[in-house]
Design a binder for this molecule. Structure first.
Ligand SMILES: O=C(CO)COP(=O)(O)O
Length: 248
């Protein structure tokens, strides 16, 4: 049985002081030992959020990370900086980073390998545009994202990874994919992992759905056999997130 993982992606919202207030507000609402609860937050919020989350079930993630150890990479954050600050997870290859910051399957792959090397669990995002869905190439596109993203990743590492299926047309639009659409693609991703690795790896890896998840849609989505939780944007900044975490 895979443990559900419900993660908030704060994106570029919340100053450090706002982040502490939000954690204090949400802390009692997201208490649930049956699921992994992760707050993925802007780099500058990591230290105050780790501090504010102490003693709770909230684990902290980053929204991005660079793939080099250290050096002359102005503006970047290294994996060692993240682990030293108490980070356990990192979102990699979010569609917003692919669109606005030139992330490619290849740079995502480098970051994936680095994250595993440092014991940080990657939440690797994939997902199609509306145009790709209409052209019927959704699964081809996602399979490529997954295959390249996981190049050189061992089966034991892959078993611990998280993949977030986020159809781009459903992000921030209020348009959640239907339960059937979300389940179908998450199942397809699991089949892709079984082809690249084996059944045991496919059974172990956790696959989230993301894209306009809210308290109303979460219960049905998370009840699907191949959906192991969610990556939640907008609703993770509100008390609604407590309802999503306690969807049962
Ligand atoms: O991109 C997302 C999470 O990473 C989804 O964002 P929304 O939940 O705001 O649609």
């Amino acid at each position: 049985m895979r443990k559900k993982i419900i993660a908030g992606n704060w994106k570029m919202n919340m100053t450090p002081s706002e982040s502490v207030a939000l954690v204090n507000e949400l802390k009692p609402l997201v208490a649930n030992e049956e699921v992994d609860v992760v707050f993925c937050v802007p780099a500058i919020d990591i230290i105050p959020v780790v501090e504010a989350a102490k003693g709770s079930n909230i684990q902290v993630g980053a929204e991005n990370m660079y793939y080099e150890e250290k050096g002359a990479y102005t503006g970047e954050i290294s994996p060692a900086m993240l682990t030293d600050a108490g980070v356990k997870y990192v979102v990699l290859g979010h569609s917003e980073r692919r669109e606005y910051f030139a992330e490619t399957n290849e740079t995502v792959n480098k970051k994936m390998l680095k994250a595993f090397e440092h014991g940080i669990t990657p939440i690797m995002c994939c997902g199609e545009t509306l145009e790709q869905r209409e052209q019927g190439v959704t699964m081809d596109f996602i399979r490529q994202q997954v295959k390249v993203g996981f190049m050189g990743v061992t089966a034991d590492q892959a078993k611990t990874a998280v993949i977030a299926y986020e159809p781009i047309w459903a992000i921030g639009t209020g348009k959640t994919a239907t339960t059937e659409q979300a389940q179908e693609v998450c199942k397809g991703i699991r089949e892709c992992i079984a082809e690249v690795y084996d059944e045991a790896t496919a059974e172990a890896i956790r696959i989230q759905y993301g894209g306009s998840v809210n308290a109303a849609t979460a219960p049905e989505l998370f009840a699907q056999p191949d959906i192991d939780g969610g990556l939640v944007g907008g609703a993770s900044l509100k008390p609604d997130f407590g309802k999503i975490v306690n969807y049962k």
